[in-house]
Design a protein around this ligand. Sequence first.
Ligand SMILES: *Cc1c(COP(=O)(O)O)cnc(C)c1O
Length: 390
Amino acid sequence: MKKEKYGFPLDDYISARDFKKIKNFSRDKETPLLIVDLEKIGNMYDQIIEYMPFVKVHYAVKANPMDEVISTLRDRGSSFDAATIYEVDQLLKLGVGPERISYGNTIKKEKDIAYAYEKGIRLFATDSESDLRKLAKNAPGSKVFFRVLTESDGADWPLSRKFGAHPDIIYKLILKSHSLGLEPYGLSFHVGSQQRDIGQWDNALSKCKYLFTAVAEKGVKLKMINLGGGFPAKYLSPANEIETYAREIYRFIHEDFGDEFPEIIIEPGRSLTADAGIIVSEVVMVSKKARLNQYRWVYLDIGKFGGLIETLDECIKYPIYCEKKGYAEEVILAGPTCDSMDILYEDHKYTFPHTLKEGNRVYIFTTGAYTQSYCSVAFNGFPPLKAYVI
Ligand SMILES: *Cc1c(COP(=O)(O)O)cnc(C)c1O
């Protein structure tokens, strides 16, 4: 049987010039490391605004909380969605005014609400009566938006179920918020991260339309819809271009709301930062577990605990490139720790040249989001993933 040559569509992920820059930058550095290209993040922000001039961006800080990333977006005029008072503090320290910050976590301690309010934050998410009462007491008069439960079908990294409530409950909360002295400002949802089915926004928006109409009949006029995140990054599984998302979503809103187009917020995390990051890693070991095993195991110096936790259930499939030449060989990929769940890809077989050996470097693309901040502090003594900006 004739063996196929190893080939990887490098151009799909990086230009030859940028790749050279990455190699030069990382040459003398110990792996693993993450390199984040700030210019790409800035460009992505500009692109989102160009395609969706009708939105206000609240960057979801958790996707990549590096100071430099936040400062880049701050200078572009972005607002921010914070999940904790620690993110709030970081944003304030970096000169982001409280009027540009939303507190988007529906799970909050009372004292944290009070702290955020004291710092000037006046926009909060909620999805339960308990949280609403805490807000009324500790953040009186603030604007609140209500998180509607949605399905995550079609998302590579589902987020729902834990957040949001059924429209019947949200309806009651909206009316209650009014009587508690808060300002019922709008609705939010999150259709799941890396959502490849654009129709999910349509489903969620019809729930919003229903609620806008229902509470209007009681004299409450909502003004805003927060479309959450879910916009795509470029992993192995194909997704539509952001331009297509923008066009379709505009159409869905227009169909439901016509001339009463509401204020629109989006909270992109992954789509703003993922494509701008590359992890450089080294092959620690290559082995075969039995003489007749079909697959070699390739162990990298980064795994689930070092920043690649989104490989859980092989949900996110990162493009991984190696510069060696040879015949294409399917392998099982694993991380370096002593935990047996630290296997990256076993069902989905990654292909590498048969010449791949210990000490070779591999380049993991699309790793600018949900990597460094997800990494363990010192499991097995491994230090946290080092990150650099260029
Ligand atoms: C994580 C999160 C986001 C970001 O989602 P992405 O799919 O990464 O864009 C947005 N909003 C909320 C409330 C989140 O928790």
